[in-house]
Design a protein around this ligand. Structure first.
Ligand SMILES: NC(=O)c1ccc[n+]([C@@H]2O[C@H](COP(=O)([O-])OP(=O)(O)OC[C@H]3O[C@@H](n4cnc5c(N)ncnc54)[C@H](OP(=O)(O)O)[C@@H]3O)[C@@H](O)[C@H]2O)c1
Length: 273
């Protein structure tokens, strides 16, 4: 882009914490203005100030609960009303519902599907066509290493939702190939964020060795580089790539047994992330 052209804009869900916040910083550092979406307004306002000071990026703060089925359409209409073109869409908001399926409420499971499946698909469906028409778009759908592994006991719909996000991103990536709209499924493993505090398993997670963990800034930079390079699926870090490779090539029966062994003593342990 030349100097007098309008800056591009990235809309990021779940920008109030963790990986989403880091993605906001990376996009701002690379010249994007931002639309910051989450439920905690004060966090988003503080981030807006921060990126204005550091990078001269302008931010629109939109407080939205993505568990509300009306939220994606509301976001889209709000962008139209404010004359904001969304050039990059980052579907990052997410969490897990700890515990076994039978012990949870359907309301909690339905909300997870809404936030991590339906809203992700609907936001791609709403914003993708405009990107294709303008012949520029970058979409990052934050999935997880968990989407490449067999389902675990506990956090039942988490891996399922992340598998969905990976498959959907693969299809969209092909559909949008002729339109310069790159679609990337981002698959981090254990990443320092508030995820495990929200899930309530921070103490257990702290016992895992340091080499299994990555920091959000590194994950976010790799995500940015991957979507700009047109990569369809990216697994972050050497350790996570090794695990994904193992899961792909190992016979599935023994792999599932290994998952079961790992979980035997951890009753209804919330899943990793
Ligand atoms: N951390 C990991 O180890 C890990 C590993 C693999 C994949 N991931 C994925 O990475 C993504 C980001 O997670 P994180 O680790 O950064 O967790 P985090 O620090 O807990 O951040 C989660 C973000 O999602 C937002 N969010 C949650 N529910 C929402 C809702 N109903 N409406 C709107 N926003 C909502 C939160 O904002 P508010 O609470 O302000 O609404 C927050 O900004 C998720 O999709 C997660 O599944 C994480």
């Amino acid at each position: 882009m030349t100097g007098h052209q309008k800056k591009r804009t990235a809309l990021i869900t779940g920008a109030s914490a963790g990986i989403g916040r880091e993605l906001a910083l990376v996009f701002a550092a690379n010249g994007f203005d931002l639309v910051l979406v989450a439920r905690r307004a004060e966090r988003l306002e503080a981030l807006a100030q921060e990126v204005r000071g550091k990078y001269g990026a302008e931010s629109h703060v939109i407080v939205a609960d993505l568990a509300d089925p009306a939220a994606p359409r509301h976001l889209f209409d709000e962008m139209a009303a404010r004359h904001i073109m969304v050039d990059a869409l980052i579907n990052n908001a997410g969490y897990t519902v700890p515990g076994h399926f039978r012990d949870t409420t359907w309301a909690d499971q339905a909300a997870l599907i809404q936030v991590m499946v339906t809203a992700v698909a609907e936001l791609c469906h709403l914003f993708g066509p405009g990107m294709a028409a303008r012949h520029y778009g970058r979409i990052i759908n934050v999935a997880s290493l968990a989407g490449h592994l067999p389902g675990a006991a506990g956090g039942t719909l988490y891996a399922a939702s992340k598998s969905f996000v990976i498959k959907m991103s693969e299809s969209l990536s092909l559909e949008y190939l002729p339109y310069n709209v790159n679609v990337t499924a981002l698959c981090p493993g254990f990443t320092y964020s508030e995820f495990h505090d929200v899930a309530g398993n921070r103490a257990a997670m702290n016992k895992l060795p340091k080499f299994m963990w990555m920091t959000g800034d590194v994950v976010a930079q790799q995500a940015y580089d991957a979507v700009m390079a047109g990569k369809t699926v990216i697994i972050n870090g050497r350790f996570n790539n090794f695990i994904a490779l193992l899961a792909r090539w190992m016979p599935q029966g023994p792999l599932r047994k290994l998952m079961a062994m790992n979980q035997r003593n951890a009753k209804a342990k919330p899943n990793a992330g």
